[in-house]
Design a protein. Structure first.
Ligand SMILES: Nc1ncnc2c1ncn2[C@@H]1O[C@H](COP(=O)(O)OP(=O)(O)OP(=O)(O)O)[C@@H](O)[C@H]1O
Length: 251
């Protein structure tokens, strides 16, 4: 489903991703761990072409992201084609990024109406179902400011699901939340994982990684240091750098 091959990305002189290769099967959960600044967000942003890779390839469901290959040359896709690809890849940000002037329901319905031009009644019915799925069926008419952080993030997850993505990327989805609200968002992620959603989750929630991940990837200084099952990486890390990182987050 996802195949990332030797991706490099620099910002000016900062070489952030230094040859990242990673693959994941459909229906699996990949958790990415790593210290601040190690390139985790940049990797997610390269997957849906919010950032352009300097070199390397990203394929999602067999499709090259951001480019069309002609012989050995890559031609960047048009903005329209990129938006179409991006619609197949959900992205849930740390800070929810909801439209403040739209209700929860309208936030969830916005992209299917504007990007996919689907019939309104059908979109709204599905948006209500998605809000129910994330436990917010009774808050459909609330504006983001009337919702807690955990509720806003659950709306953001429903919004990501609304386009029926092949894959959902989560960038530290609980790190902006008050501690007592983290659990309700992780419950939604667990539910998605159990129902076979293909997910890549950047998080420091080791408990979630242990329960829900098929693969745990530890990234440091723009390179994958090790990857394996949660038991392998979390309980028997092979690398000193993984051990040092885990000893800081496992309190
Ligand atoms: N648009 C940008 N322009 C310049 N530098 C950037 C940009 N985006 C990221 N960086 C730099 O790239 C490096 C990696 O950042 P990134 O956000 O990918 O790390 P991260 O592992 O997600 O960290 P965190 O856990 O703190 O979010 C950092 O040094 C950051 O300052």
């Amino acid at each position: 489903m996802i195949e990332i091959t030797d991706v490099h990305k620099s910002f000016g002189r900062t070489h952030v991703l230094r040859g990242v290769s990673l693959s994941a099967q459909a229906g699996t959960v990949t958790v990415i761990l790593g210290p601040s600044g190690s390139g985790k967000s940049t990797l997610l942003r390269c997957i849906n072409h919010l950032e352009k890779v300097d070199s390397g390839r990203v394929r999602v469901d067999g499709e090259l992201i951001g480019y069309r290959q002609v012989g050995n040359r890559l031609h960047e896709l048009s903005e329209r084609q990129i938006l179409r690809q991006r619609a197949g890849i959900g992205f849930v940000f740390q800070n929810f990024n909801l439209f403040p002037h739209l209700t929860a329901l309208e936030n969830v319905a916005e992209a299917p109406i504007s990007a996919q031009r689907r019939p309104r009644a059908q979109v709204y019915e599905r948006a209500r179902d998605l809000l129910t799925r994330v436990g917010l069926g009774d808050r459909a008419d609330a504006y983001p400011r009337q919702l807690s952080g955990g509720q806003q993030q659950r709306v953001a997850i429903a919004r990501a699901l609304a386009l029926e993505p092949k894959l959902i990327l989560f960038d530290e989805p609980t790190s902006a939340l008050d501690p007592e609200l983290v659990g309700e968002v992780l419950d939604v992620l667990r539910d998605l994982a159990a129902s076979g959603t293909t997910m890549i989750v950047v998080t420091h929630e080791i408990g979630f990684a242990r329960e829900a991940a098929d693969t745990v990837v530890f990234i440091d200084e723009g390179r994958i240091v090790e990857q394996g099952t949660p038991a392998e990486v979390l309980d028997n890390p092979r690398h000193e750098r993984t051990r040092a990182f885990l000893s800081k987050v496992l309190v």
